[in-house]
Design a protein around this ligand. Structure first.
Ligand SMILES: [Zn+2]
Ligand SMILES: [Zn+2]
Length: 262
């Protein structure tokens, strides 16, 4: 990556992800540097840090969130300990799951360590149905995110991934209200090519609305770290030059690198 762009990968997983393949924070740090990134953030799935694999994968914690009465397995202290060894230069973050009521699946005392707070919708109740109604699914997503954003979120991860396997990978009726919600809460939208395509139309609308964008590799394997070529190509197709990026892309608040002392 061109070092002068000072790109930051705001979405990188760790050995604590159930779905990772070979993540290693030491190698991630080295690779990010060799790739010419200005930084990267560890953003582990909060639901995976609190619940065992079967409970997470069967979405059994989604109904009651942190109040779920089974499947608890708290790996949060271990994650924080490991990640903090690399922060700085890394940023410490979470990919927060959002339960069916829209509440973040993370305890406030853990969230206070975050320098980067990603919000993710990995399940929609409506899409579990045999013949889901896309309008209702969009409505559910907006309802839950409007609750979640009240708790404080920096970045919406893979905004449309949940719709990837439907007939409408980027539902038209969701685009404008979602951008309005992001704008209202000052939440950035992630450009993510890990099992999702981000459209030029969405990007241009975000920029026009003043919604910041982030580049995320969503690395589950070391070969993905800092792979922002598709992101740069997308920006190019949208007509943005390299010099435009500095005011289009999100920047973590200055001083965040001091948080390791907390
Ligand atoms: Zn995700
Ligand atoms: Zn992820």
């Amino acid at each position: 990556m061109p070092p002068e762009l000072e790109l930051i990968d705001y979405h990188v997983h760790t050995p604590y992800a159930y779905c990772q393949q070979n993540m290693d924070p030491e190698l991630t740090t080295q690779l990010a540097k060799e790739f010419g990134l200005a930084g990267f953030a560890f953003t582990e799935h909060s639901g995976q840090l609190y619940f065992d694999g079967p409970t997470f994968w069967h979405a059994e914690f989604m109904e009651n969130g942190l109040e779920t009465d089974h499947g608890h397995q708290n790996r949060m202290p271990d994650y924080l300990k490991l990640a903090k060894r690399y922060c700085p230069p890394a940023l410490l973050g979470f990919e927060m799951d959002c339960d069916y009521q829209g509440r973040p699946v993370i305890y406030p005392e853990d969230l206070k360590h975050a320098q980067v707070r990603l919000a993710s919708v990995h399940w929609l109740e409506e899409l579990k149905k045999e013949e889901p109604d896309i309008d209702l699914a969009c409505h559910e997503m907006l309802r839950r995110l409007s609750v979640m954003f009240e708790y404080g979120v920096d970045i919406l991860a893979h905004p449309f991934r949940i719709f990837t396997r439907t007939e409408t990978p980027e539902p038209k009726q969701l685009v404008d209200p979602l951008i309005e919600l992001l704008r209202k809460h000052n939440v950035a939208a992630e450009i993510n090519f890990h099992n999702q395509i981000t459209s030029e139309g969405f990007i241009k609308k975000c920029v026009d609305a003043g919604v910041k964008l982030t580049f995320g590799s969503d690395s589950h394997n070391l070969y993905e770290v800092g792979e922002h070529y598709p992101h740069l190509q997308l920006m190019n197709r949208c007509g943005y030059s390299h010099s435009d990026l500095s005011h289009i892309l999100y920047k973590a608040p200055a001083g965040a690198e001091l948080a390791h002392d907390r």
